[in-house]
Ligand binder design. Sequence first.
Ligand code: NIG
Ligand code: FE
Length: 424
Amino acid sequence: GAAELITGPASGTTGEGGDHPGGDDAPADPDAVLERIEDGAVAVADGEVVAVGPTEEVVREYPPENAADAIDASGKTVLPGFVDSHTHAVFAGDRSDEFAAKLRGKPYQEILAEGGGILRTVRATRNASKETLLENLLERLDTMLASGATTVEVKSGYGLDAETERKLLEVVDRADDEHPVRLVPTFMGAHAVPGEAETTADYVDRVIEEQLPVVAELAVFCDVFCEEDVFSVADSRRLLKAGREHGLEPKIHAEEFARLGGSQLAADLNAVSADHLLQATDEDAAALADAGVAPTLLPGTAFALGTAYAEPRRFLAAGSEIAIATDFNPNCYAPGMEFAATLACVGMGLSPAEAIRASTYGGGVALGADRPRIDAVPSDSGTLREGGPGDLLVLDAPSHAHVPYRFGDSVVEHAFIAGDRAYA
Ligand code: NIG
Ligand code: FE
């Protein structure tokens, strides 16, 4: 076929390296961040990519007539599956009334301080059965997959007590068995301070003493909302260190509303990612790049809140591999990676190729794909390299640019996960 094939970043480009063509200005050739093969083909066997290259060569070695499933993608585009590295997709209820209040000018943090926001979702989630939570999550995963996500990280954090936090991670575990999308579980007991805790310090103790011991076996990462009036840098340091003692690698919600110092903490702890970063400075960007912490930008959240977007150039200029993720949650009810890519371009000024790289390879890096000690996702996640996972998309579109260019609709025609047809 005459498919255009995108194999992800050129080999030799890693999250630790400084050779991402970032800079203060947009790169001279923004397409250079993706390796493209015109008229290419890809073969998958035993769940992994076994050949990728010019169609003629690949089909000589792997004749389509011998394949269990073959697609002629002539005129279409093949991409690695999207890696959505930051979601809060397991919860009950919705907050549509708060959406209306926010539109009338009520700030997110004021809603939270009054016991709404996250705490409202906590009440709904504590009251929901495991079956309801599982049903909700499976339905959302269908939507996410239809928009091209083949790997999705899911955080707990709407339980805020040992029993419910465990229940949420058990639901993620069940969904991982029942749904083709690869799930990566993160424990986020430190998402907010629940009403029944006397003080923040009291709650931090409970997370460490009551929750961590019963959830650790079900999660890979430990995350914390390091924010003014939520968890301080000192609280966050305690929580993330305790998480690591239970084998959970740190992630952090940093510099979202206030610049508190979460980036520096992430660098100190060699966290796998620091996320949001709306208020981050060049100094923060340098600290993250030097420590190999993946800056994860969530344009849907800024869009939903009507605030300014994070500035991707400062992280690219510092030499980081950036990730784009949906942050899907009741405040940012946007499960699609395609729309996140659109916002990354229109709102944050990435080129289409940069947005695709950040949504594929970048997401993998934010889940530790390039760290040998972390096995949350296969290495080479978000690429079509030989030996990498057979997670790929066929777009009903002539180039990758159609992903961010067309919005409000999907260009994903098929999705494969570990070589199996997972969607359409
Ligand atoms: O990443 N900032 C904290 N946590 C989520 C929002 C969760 C919620 O509002 O329910 C986020 O945006
Ligand atoms: Fe979040």
